[in-house]
Write a protein that binds this ligand. Structure first.
Ligand code: ARG
Length: 302
């Protein structure tokens, strides 16, 4: 009897662990039911304690959801009371293929999110990797796959530790380029750096130290680099969701929109001012679940 039960259990586990087949573009979001600025862990949150407007929070999130939903499949993770920043699913972990490295948050205020994201990745059949305790790493907030070659760009300096990057390289089996963030307003890599389809890069050079800027320039030719102005940076133009040739973001100047459309992108602006009060906009509110082990054709070298 025990043996039968055991084998049934095993079977259940095997079914649970089956890695979900998804549409090419599948994005994880979380309803903002419990979102607010309840504590201060970045400069954007200062002066905004409990200043978000509920109706606007929902309107803005819904509008983003519908924009993304028109071009991609959206999966939802249930919101959790007492975890106001859980809405920023970019910080769940980093994904490549069927592997997920779950985040270890720097600040205790967000550490309660970890078990929920871990359970989600496990339920979805990802092979889940966990960093040693006391080695902060904040997921796709600080680790972004290049779109022109097999390369992971990883940020450090505020939330994620440089020491976590070695684990990313070995577990995800990919080259990692580490970039040092120096401006506390751009504390996550995805607030100032956005790899785009075709190997382009939208980024705010002022957010990085000189060495990191050189690494970026060595790797990405000038014709593919799109450095943005200080004004666009403050409007979180780099915190963009890129799906094929579409770019969804909070706000961008006419110059930047023009530059992006000239090279073939379509830009959709969707207001996310309530979330900017917490230091996050479009990209932070999403996590791409489908990150194929890419088969790049050297698009950047052409
Ligand atoms: N209030 C959140 C924090 O400080 C915002 C997170 C934004 N997420 C991101 N991927 N940049 O952690």
């Amino acid at each position: 009897m025990t043996i039968i039960l055991k084998s049934l259990e095993l079977e259940t586990i095997a079914v649970d662990k089956h890695f979900q087949k998804r549409d090419a573009n599948c994005i994880l979001m979380c309803r903002p039911d419990y979102f607010d600025v309840d504590y201060i862990i970045n400069p954007w949150m200062e002066g905004n304690l409990h200043q978000t407007q509920r109706d606007r929070v929902f309107q803005q999130w819904q509008k983003l959801y519908h924009s993304i939903h028109s071009y991609a499949t959206v999966e939802l993770i249930p919101p959790q009371p007492g975890l106001p920043d859980f809405v920023f699913t970019a910080n769940a972990g980093v994904i490549r293929g069927d592997k997920a490295i779950v985040s270890r948050f720097r600040h205790p205020q967000r550490q309660g999110e970890e078990p929920f994201f871990k359970a989600y990745f496990q339920q979805q059949g990802f092979t889940v990797y966990e960093l040693p305790p006391n080695l902060p790493f904040e997921g796709a907030g600080d680790a972004l796959l290049d779109r022109g070659e097999a390369l992971l760009w990883a940020g450090y300096g505020f939330r994620s530790t440089l020491d976590s990057h070695g684990y990313l390289a070995s577990w995800l089996d990919i080259e990692v380029v580490s970039l040092r963030l120096i401006n506390p307003k751009f504390y996550h890599l995805d607030t100032c750096f956005c790899p785009l389809t075709g190997g382009y890069l939208l980024y705010n050079p002022r957010a990085f130290d000189n060495h990191s800027n050189r690494l970026i320039e060595q790797r990405i030719p000038k014709t593919r680099r799109i450095p943005i102005s200080a004004v666009d940076a403050e409007n979180f133009a780099c915190n963009a969701v890129n799906i094929d040739n579409l770019i969804i973001l909070h706000q961008a100047s006419n110059e930047l929109k023009h530059r992006l459309t000239t090279i073939g992108f379509q830009v959709i602006e969707t207001p996310l001012s309530e979330f900017l009060k917490s230091g996050g906009t479009a990209k932070c509110l999403t996590l791409r679940l489908t990150e194929p082990i890419a088969n790049f054709n050297g698009s950047r070298k052409v």
